[in-house]
Ligand binder design. Sequence first.
Ligand SMILES: [Zn+2]
Ligand SMILES: [Zn+2]
Length: 306
Amino acid sequence: MKGFFTILGTSSAIPAKDRNHPAIFFQYQGEAFLFDCGEGTQRQIQIAGHSFYKIGKIFITHLHGDHVLGLPGLLQTLDFHDKPFVEIYGPPGIKRLIELSTTQCFYINTQELKVEVKEIKPTDEIVTVLETDNYRIKTIGLDHTVDCLGYAFEEREKFKYDSKKVKELHLKPQHFKELEILGYTTVGGKEIFKSQLGELKKGFKFVYITDTYYTENIFKLTQSADYLVLECTYFDEEEYAREAKHLSFNIFREKIYPKLLELGVKKIILTHFSRRYKDLSLFEEEIKNLKMENVVIARDLLNFTF
Ligand SMILES: [Zn+2]
Ligand SMILES: [Zn+2]
């Protein structure tokens, strides 16, 4: 297992008794990220049994309260935990929000926590906002009532040796060392190139798209995703969806789901439900009737490993 993610909240604007405001706790090789940080996120992290201290980066989709009101409290807790540094990414305005909440609330006792904020202007093109040796974080603009970003976590592609070829040639550690450094090795007087021994394999891909009306940008970001967490605020209230710039299950079924299948998206997790739905059986029955076997209706604290 390389990592996991937990859906901490599945409500839209107003939380419900059993649905918290949005946030996703995402952990990869010991480092944790948060995607959004709605009110109540800290308690959900504790209930899920995850560690605050591991959170090094926070990615905010947009500045509507349901996605950011947990930030001031979380920053205070990270400070209490003597966390030295945290990076926050979000649309324009996020800097001011963090500045106000870390200077006008006198809650940061030790003042040791350094917060680096990076503002990203949403565009119709994919922008890589973070790149490490192991992964990339990409964003794209969505169609909401305020600036809003979709995020993709992409593990870097890795070279995979063909075990049959490796066995046939009786390759030893020294050969692999040469292949990694020089790109070729010599076996029985014959030069063999790394590219002959295997191929580059796509890494794990996770995409988070919330608070948007239908836009082609959804598809630009989701190509070959292993998991897509997608908002589905309404069931069939098209007018509400258009006005508040959200998705409905109808739009998902007719215009989005078929394209996601074409794009090779493996699993789709629907979330961000309006509180008008006391329970989510309406959505669950529909995905069963339509035999959408790779679609899941999210519940708070639902966990996925990869
Ligand atoms: Zn929202
Ligand atoms: Zn919103």
